[in-house]
Design a protein around this ligand. Structure first.
Ligand code: ADP
Length: 381
């Protein structure tokens, strides 16, 4: 049966050279159309800037016969909300200026986010534009989890604290867990493992995030596709002194030439698994380091939460790689965590993969950040 949607939300994720878009029916929870405009501003490319990129999106929507009058709001993914923004925020000139100012904390992400907002506001002037912050869900981290143990004055002056990222996904998944368990969100404790190209873990108590693995930047925590995750900061000083590396080189090393890619040359998990199967020693080490770090975080968050009702795997690797889920939780029967190997390897979509007698329920929950952003923006219609 075809029902006419009450309205649609255009969700935009503007990067430095790309704009991801999805047109969402927030009530039905479905995507009408989605896509990606790439190579914005690249030499020789056909799309000189974000305004031209957005015109392309308009064109694609028109080509698929979308009635643009049905777009009742635009939701923007914004990476850094700093100390100021915690919940979805209606974008005004003042809000946009603050998002631009926060480029100080997210120099690669907030500037293109702000440009995307600017051009979209010009293009859709009559509907609310809403910013949804990647840091938002972690705004209420307890002070002991949010603070780095460094000189307090320096920390305050430069805004050095743990902000956390992937918040939209962690919030969405932790809520879905409550729905799947038929439980009251405020009464369950959940560990969410978002394992994509970027990867992060969170501990959620009664719907409120109390710990997360990313920090001032998305570099901290788990082993990722190309980022190192946790590392002794002494390594930076050492490389500065002995290899003469400057800030840009260190940034490139830790953000783009580390993680799985640094360890074995590939950040594509499918390729990594093929190489492990072929007997590659570097690929095996990369896999083992990845799993080891993941297990350390799971153990830490068991201690942070005390009682864990659910452990949820999400994103590209978390949703698709049964071996990672199995290895991450192997041998934890004594802690009440038992995966059912059959359930883990079979099925698709949101599902429970733990054994009946497992004290903590283990789940796979596909993330859907676009839907979460669309629903948030819909509140302002
Ligand atoms: P992001 O949104 O952070 O770019 P994704 O959540 O899409 O990342 O996850 C990307 C990662 O998931 C890649 O390492 C990719 O190889 C892996 N991945 C996606 N699908 C599969 C699959 N079916 N089997 C193994 N790995 C997968």
């Amino acid at each position: 049966m075809n029902t006419v949607p009450a309205g649609l939300v255009l969700v935009l994720n503007s990067g430095s050279s790309s704009i991801k878009f999805q047109l969402v029916d927030p009530v039905a929870g479905t995507a009408v159309i989605s896509g990606l405009v790439e190579q914005i501003g690249e030499p020789g490319g056909a799309i000189p800037d974000h305004a031209a990129g957005l015109r392309r999106i308009h064109q694609r929507l028109a080509d698929s016969h979308v009635d643009l009058a049905a777009v009742r709001a635009v939701g923007h993914r914004v990476v850094h909300g700093g100390m100021m923004f915690h919940s979805p925020t209606l974008i005004t000139n003042a809000v946009l200026a603050e998002i631009e100012r926060l480029a100080e904390l997210a120099p690669l992400h907030n500037p293109p986010n702000a440009i995307g907002i600017e051009v979209a506001r010009a293009d859709f002037p009559d509907v609310p534009h809403v910013a949804v912050f990647d840091t938002g869900f972690f705004h209420w981290l307890p002070e002991d989890a949010a603070s780095y143990a460094i000189d307090r004055d320096v920390a305050i002056e430069y805004g050095i604290r743990r902000y956390g990222f992937h918040g939209t996904s962690h919030e969405y998944v932790s809520r879905e867990v409550a729905v799947l368990l038929g439980a009251d969100l405020t009464e369950i404790n959940t560990i969410v493992l978002h394992l994509g190209n970027g990867a992060s873990a969170s501990a959620v108590r009664g719907g409120v995030a109390v710990e997360t693995s990313m920090g001032l930047t998305p570099l901290e925590g788990l082993v990722m596709g190309t980022r190192c995750g946790d590392i002794d900061p002494g390594v930076l000083m050492h490389l500065r002194r002995t290899a003469g590396m400057g800030v840009e080189q260190l940034d490139d090393l830790l953000n783009r030439r580390s993680g799985l890619k640094g360890l074995c040359g590939s950040n594509d998990f499918r390729e990594l698994l093929e190489r492990v199967a072929d007997g590659s020693a570097p690929a095996k080490l990369a896999y083992d380091v990845y799993i080891h770090r993941l297990r350390k975080y799971i153990g830490a968050y068991l201690a942070v939460l005390g009682r864990v009702d659910a452990i949820a795997f999400t994103a590209g690797v978390g949703e698709n790689v049964a071996a990672v889920r199995e290895d991450a939780l192997a041998g934890l029967d004594g802690l009440g965590i038992v995966i059912d190997p059959q359930r883990n390897r079979a099925g698709s979509g949101a599902r429970i993969i733990s054994a009946e007698h497992s004290r903590s329920t283990v789940l796979v929950v596909p993330t859907n950040e676009e839907l979460a952003i669309a629903r948030a923006a819909w509140q302002f219609v």
